[in-house]
Structure formats: structure tokens, C-alpha cells
Design a protein around this ligand. Structure first.
Ligand SMILES: N=C(N)NCCCC(=O)O
Ligand SMILES: [Zn+2]
Ligand SMILES: [Zn+2]
Length: 315
């Protein structure tokens, strides 16, 4: 293997200079092929409340300038052991959700055809559905850990099937998830009715609520999640609103009582050694953010996801 091309050296070029690729990594077209690619999906036509997640990818890239190359908690230098690159943004139609969903699926399939693993930055949670379709095309039905305040297994909004509150019901209906290995983590907040939970359970999801994380603690939660997913191909979908609004104010449907960024990062680190095949971080809406709190958190989450992929000897 030739030595991967890493980020711009921050001891030579100040980290606040130059264009913002994720973590100042090379662009995909500069390196030809990557083991792991970061791709943006600036799409937010699927939201039910505050818009603005279309600006998530550029805000997260800006906030990622301060990331450093060595991850001490996971003992890995992800950009040295794997070629990681920024694949830019998937340009999708902001006026036609169905077309956008198709475009995202096609682009994700194209990007992953030669074995590249994707860390996607949204965009609203609608984008998880086409990303899961692309993952299932390669790996078969995948295990899913879904970090979110919300279930996102509702049926329709205003008759629309593809929205940010419905991707995982569609995914179950399409048979692209391994229903033996599904869990939500960080769930909380009011629902429409108790039936929401019954429907969700029938689809196969386990639920680790935000209060469970507080009461049981990170280590016990990690053990339970690892048992549930085993060695299956795993997709991680992380809605930044899983964090408490104190840790992530810049999002469209905030709910009180969420995880701390430390809890989220520690749970993710606990998944090292699993068979991660792809991941997304969605719902960063920078217009509601303050001092880059949310986009910094999202950039660290993405860095941990890249590090987990770098540790997966299958990627
Ligand atoms: N996926 C996110 N962030 N939110 C879903 C909220 C759906 C609702 O308005 O009930
Ligand atoms: Zn959510
Ligand atoms: Zn969500």
C-alpha cells in the first residue's frame, strides 16, 4: 500500500487558512481512490419543523479544521493507516424529494462500488434511507444503531413518505435492515401516541432511552448494543439531536433531556472492533447554532466514525 496522503500540515499552514475540506484532508479527486470518504448531502426538504440542515456539511467542515491526526482513546491515526478523503457534496434537487432520494442512492452506490466506506454529513434525516439502500446493495440487510431523540419510524407527514421522521419505517418495509439487530439510542421526548412505540417494537427496534444511558451508564449500554449487533455489517446513523440542546442547539427538532457529547463519543468508542460498513451524522442546522457548539460536536463524531472505520480490518 502506498502511504496515504494526509491532511494539510497545521504546523506549516495555519489551520484557519485555505479551503475547508473535512479535517483538511485531500479531496477525493486529488487522491483518486479512498478507503474512507467523507461526503456531504446538503438536503433539508424533508424537515417537519426548522429548516437549515442543508448548510450542515459546510458548517461541519469548517468546524473540523481543529481536528488532529491521532485519536488517543482509540489509539489510531486514522488518516495514516487509511486513505481518507473528502468527496465533496452530493448535489441533489431541493425541490423534489423523490428525485433527491434517488440521486443520493445513486451517488452513494457509485462512491462505494470499489469498497470505499462512507461517512456522510447531512442534511436532514431523510438522507439515511438512500444511504441504507446503497449499503444494503453491497452488504445485504444491515444492522442499524440509530442515535436520535426521535424514533423516525413514523409513517407519513402530510401524506409524504420520504421525510426526516420516516426513513427507518421505509427501510424496514424495503427489507434493507436486519430486523434482528436494530436499536435506537438516546430516544426521549413526547410522541404522538403510545402506538408509536408499539409500531416501532413490531418493526424490530430495541430502545435505549436517554434516561437509560444516564441510569445504566455507558459501559452497560455498550455491552447490550454489542450483543445485539454481534459481527453483522453495521450502519450507524447519528442524528445530532440525540445530544441535549445544551450540547447541540443547532438542530431542527430539539428535545430536552439528551445525551452529553461525552456520552455519545464514549458509546461510539465502545463499538470499536465491530463490522462498521457506513455511517452518517445528520440534522446539523447551523443557523440555530452558537459558537459552533453543534458543528464542533458533529465534527468530532465524524472523526470518531472515521477512526472506527480505520480500525475495522475489513475496510
Ligand atoms: N429526524 C428528526 N430530527 N426529527 C423527526 C421529527 C419528526 C416530527 O416532527 O415529529
Ligand atoms: Zn431527531
Ligand atoms: Zn432523526
Amino acid at each position: 500500500m502506498t502511504k496515504p496522503r494526509g491532511p494539510v500540515d497545521s504546523s506549516r499552514v495555519p489551520r484557519f487558512a485555505g479551503p475547508a475540506t473535512f479535517a483538511r484532508l485531500p479531496r477525493l479527486d486529488e487522491v483518486g481512490r479512498a478507503d474512507v470518504a467523507v461526503v456531504g448531502v446538503p438536503f433539508d426538504a424533508g424537515v417537519s419543523y426548522r429548516p437549515g440542515a442543508r448548510f450542515g456539511p459546510s458548517a461541519v467542515r469548517e468546524a473540523s479544521r481543529l481536528l488532529r491526526p491521532y485519536h488517543p482513546a482509540l489509539d489510531v491515526s486514522p488518516f495514516a493507516v487509511r486513505q481518507v478523503a473528502d468527496a465533496g457534496d452530493i448535489a441533489c434537487n431541493p425541490f423534489d424529494i423523490n428525485e433527491a432520494v434517488e440521486t443520493i442512492e445513486e451517488a452513494a452506490s457509485r462512491l462505494t462500488a470499489d469498497g470505499t466506506r462512507l461517512v456522510t454529513i447531512g442534511g436532514d434525516h431523510t438522507v439515511a434511507l438512500p444511504l441504507l439502500r446503497a449499503a444494503a446493495r453491497l452488504h445485504g440487510p444491515v444492522a442499524l444503531l440509530h442515535f436520535d431523540a426521535h424514533l423516525d419510524t413514523w409513517d407519513t407527514y402530510f401524506g409524504a413518505e420520504y421525510t426526516h421522521g420516516t426513513p427507518f419505517r421505509r427501510a424496514v418495509e424495503e427489507g434493507i435492515l436486519d430486523t434482528e439487530a436494530l436499536a435506537h439510542v438516546g430516544t426521549r421526548g413526547p410522541l404522538y401516541a403510545e402506538k408509536d412505540l408499539d409500531d416501532d417494537k413490531r418493526m424490530g427496534f430495541g430502545v435505549v432511552t436517554s434516561a437509560d444511558v444516564m441510569r445504566r451508564g455507558v459501559d452497560e449500554v455498550v455491552d447490550a448494543l454489542r450483543q445485539r449487533i454481534g459481527d453483522r455489517p453495521l450502519y450507524l446513523s447519528i442524528d445530532i439531536d440525540v445530544l441535549d440542546p445544551a450540547h447541540a442547539p443547532g438542530t431542527g427538532t430539539p428535545e430536552a433531556g439528551g445525551l452529553t457529547s461525552r456520552e455519545l463519543l464514549e458509546i461510539l468508542r465502545g463499538l470499536a472492533g465491530g463490522n462498521l460498513v457506513g455511517a452518517d451524522v445528520v440534522e446539523v442546522a447551523p443557523a440555530y447554532d452558537h459558537a459552533e457548539i453543534t458543528s464542533v460536536a458533529a465534527s468530532h463524531v465524524a472523526y470518531d466514525l472515521i477512526s472506527l472505520l480505520a480500525l475495522n480490518e475489513r475496510s
